[in-house]
Design a binder for this molecule. Structure first.
Ligand code: SF4
Length: 729
């Protein structure tokens, strides 16, 4: 069966009578009343976003009571954010996937049927073997998000493929990582290696810390604010951090590169750069000085709307604080299609300030030297992911999801099968639905591993229900950061329903594919214990403490006058990039004005809200109570022009004719008259998500004007426009 109809997971064969009783909102924390039963606790790593804060799961008389932060966890400051404390909602969500589901045709109509794990795994392994035999194992690709994807990446590599991509690269942080690597030879890391608590001046450029609750980052920014840091927020919207800033620069959207070049112009022309640092560590200063000469504050004012004296004053604030000055690299860095160059400009500005790997700027992250469990070497694949889209995006350091999707369409498509783990592609990739249908109709196999139904599950041949993070072991957390540490996620409960841990699913598939030697552990606990023993700990110890901190072996910052080799071709910070020039790109960032807003339309800006991690948590019953829907920020002048009242519902239309779900309007001066703003992750179509289906609007379905970064393939999504469709009374 190749032609796949999109199936709503609610359309289950033989399960319609077996719907779980409605979940009582808030019921999970009141039965039995806290403080009256026997309390136990076990460690976890939060999975409500990617930040991986360590927590403790409390049970009372065996029932889930609450999740709190692990006080010994320096990575999270011992606290969880709102979403982290909402973790019980993920476990208790009545809409979780419960059994393996397989696409079948009944009376000429496609539907999902519940099947046993045996049937599901047998079907998948047969198909995988078929792809390997007819086209080669590399033709199986994986699209994934989140730490749990590691189990399936391991399976994929053992199978003989290394073809994979994460939307977190081309749809999020990729341009930033590539821009920094091209300049300083390393990425800005995750968690970001910003030394904010010691900074004297911080620039947030379209980065909404406080609206995106990346726990420790919010805490260190708060610490900096308490120490009177000079905070400069550059944002067309009066965001949460703008309200805490000494300077709010309401920049015209799409003109960030012009401002960055003007700041460099001021630093260089007023002799405010860290010349000792640049002499020691950088190349290309003269070319840069020549390049930015034309980007005077007066010229840039006309593009950005930021007055020349403000550009000069803020540049001087940065120089005064340097090297304890940070121009924050941001995270979601896909804007207008010149995003690698935008991030490069940020890295270069930090270099002029001498803040890279200096106190109050960026620190040097360090991990625990944790050995891998001994397994045979993976077979060497004949192709890499990039071979599916040859000649495109020469500096893509990871697979590009949109490239993989395009290479999966048609009879002669490069890819023949997909494993999709933990990512809802219809919401994460802009303007993709038609392509997903075409790819689904071309592929021989499409497997989705998920805890919850989503728009993506409707395209699958087989849906495998993974248990939640509270019911499974995963890999140890070992992120590169200020304090090396390990943290453990372990099951607090047996998996509910017939869901299974990712490691178990991958191992079962591995066994069926004859790859047992890559999965020598009976239980994942065995593998974790072996690794922990190598660094002087044990699973038993970690089950008690959850987090183990290790001393640093290396300094946190460059020492004065230290000789350093950067991981660039010249072994220096590259203000002028010969690598880019050799591939026909601008060696230094060049400003290009953004497309103007068409008459009657507004720029569609999107972002986060503190209570949710995009669409991943909108059906979580606890977080739904906090923030059930997104809102559309509209300037009062615009609202007046359209006779739209505060709290009224409207729909939005894109120039290509897409119409959104209803969204409630928030009339506010905090946004300019050329734009509207909404939080991403709402407007779910899957009716199986009973709380959130049809609630709020989905920005991604309004996007048709995507600007692909030619350097590394990311999808700039801020180049979209919308207008209003008023609801009929
Ligand atoms: S930042 Fe919040 S949601 Fe993310 S891992 Fe930490 S506690 Fe969980």
């Amino acid at each position: 069966m190749k032609r796949r109809e999109f199936i709503k997971v609610s359309s289950l064969l033989g399960t319609s009578a077996a719907v779980a009783p409605p979940f009582m909102l808030g019921g999970c924390v009141t039965n039995p009343p806290p403080g009256t039963g026997v309390v136990s606790k076990s460690p976890t790593i939060c999975d409500m976003c990617f930040w991986k804060c360590a927590g403790e799961v409390y049970k009372e008389d065996g029932e889930l009571w609450k999740i709190t932060g692990n006080e010994d966890d320096l990575h999270s400051g011992g606290r969880l954010c709102t979403r982290g404390t909402g973790g019980p909602g993920a476990y208790l969500d009545r809409d979780r996937l419960k059994k393996p589901l397989m696409r079948v045709t009944v009376d000429g109509r496609q539907t999902f049927q519940e099947v046993s794990w045996d049937e599901a795994l047998h079907f998948i392994s047969e198909k995988m073997q078929g792809i390997a035999a007819s086209a080669g194992p590399e033709r199986l690709a994986m699209l994934h998000h989140g730490a749990g994807g590691h189990h399936f990446l391991h399976l994929l590599r053992a199978f003989g493929s290394n073809s994979h991509a994460e939307p977190a690269f081309a749809q999020c942080r990729g341009p930033r990582d590539v821009g920094f690597r091209l300049t300083v030879g390393e990425s800005a890391s995750s968690p970001e290696r910003t030394d904010m608590a010691n900074a004297k001046c911080i620039v947030l450029l379209g980065s909404h810390i406080g609206e995106n609750l990346h726990n420790a980052q919010v805490q260190t920014l708060a610490e900096a604010i308490n120490k009177d840091v000079t905070l400069i927020t550059v944002d067309p919207r009066f965001s949460v951090p703008a309200g805490k800033s000494k300077y709010w620069l309401p920049i015209k959207p799409g003109t960030d590169i012009a401002l960055l070049l003007a700041w460099m112009n001021v630093l260089i022309s007023e002799d405010l750069c860290d010349t000792d640092y640049l002499d020691r560590y950088a190349i290309g200063f003269e070319q840069l000085a020549e390049h930015v000469r034309e980007y005077t504050p007066e010229w840039v004012y006309l593009e950005t709307g930021i007055r020349p004296e403000v550009i000069r004053e803020t540049a001087r604030e940065l120089a005064k604080a340097a090297p304890a000055a940070i121009v924050h690299p941001g995270r979601h860095a896909v804007w207008y299609g010149d995003d690698t160059q935008r991030s490069r400009a940020i890295a270069m500005l930090n270099a002029l300030l001498g803040s890279w790997n200096r106190k109050g700027g960026f620190y040097i992250p360090e991990k625990v030297a944790l050995p891998e469990y001994p397994i045979p070497e993976y077979p060497k694949p004949k192709f890499s992911t990039g071979d599916a889209y040859p000649g495109k995006w020469p500096f893509a350091s990871q697979g590009v999801t949109n490239g993989v999707i395009d290479a999966s369409i048609g009879e002669d498509a490069f890819f023949k099968g997909w494993l999709v783990y933990g990512t809802n592609l219809p919401q994460s990739i802009p303007a993709v639905k038609d392509k997903l249908r075409a790819a689904a109709n071309s592929l021989d196999l499409l497997v989705v591993v998920e805890t919850m139904p989503s728009e993506m599950t409707g395209y699958a041949d087989v849906i495998l229900p993974e248990c939640t993070y509270l019911e499974r072991y995963d890999d140890l957390r070992n992120s590169g950061e200020r304090h090396p540490s390990l943290a453990l996620r372990m099951p607090a409960f047996e998996p509910k329903y017939e869901s299974k841990p990712g490691w178990w699913i991958a191992k079962q598939l591995g066994n069926r594919l004859g790859l047992e030697e890559y999965f020598p552990w009976q239980d994942y606990a065995e593998k974790l214990d072996w690794q922990l023993q190598q660094v002087g700990s044990s699973l038993e110890e970690m089950q008690k403490i959850g987090v183990k901190n290790f001393p640093r072996k290396y300094p946190l910052y460059f020492r004065d006058g230290q000789r350093v080799q950067f991981a660039t071709p010249s072994r220096k910070i590259e203000l002028y990039s010969q690598q880019l020039a050799d591939k026909g790109f601008d060696p230094m960032p060049v400003y290009t004005p953004p497309e103007p807003v068409p008459s009657g339309y507004y720029r569609l800006n999107y972002g986060r809200m503190p209570a949710h991690t995009f669409g991943k948590t909108t059906n979580n019953p606890l977080l739904f109570q906090l923030a059930p829907e997104n809102q559309l920020w509209v300037n009062p002048m615009v609202a007046n022009e359209w006779s739209i009242k505060n709290a009224e519902y409207v729909r939005l239309a894109s120039p290509s004719g897409a119409i959104s779900n209803k969204i409630r309007v928030r009339v506010t001066e905090r946004i300019g008259p050329d734009s509207v703003f909404m939080a991403h992750g709402f407007g779910h179509k899957s009716k199986r998500l009973r709380l959130t289906a049809g609630v709020g609007a989905d920005d991604s379905e309004l996007m048709s004007n995507i600007k692909i970064d030619p350097i590394m393939g990311s999808t700039g999504m801020r180049s979209n426009f919308v207008t209003f469709v008023k609801e009929q009374a």
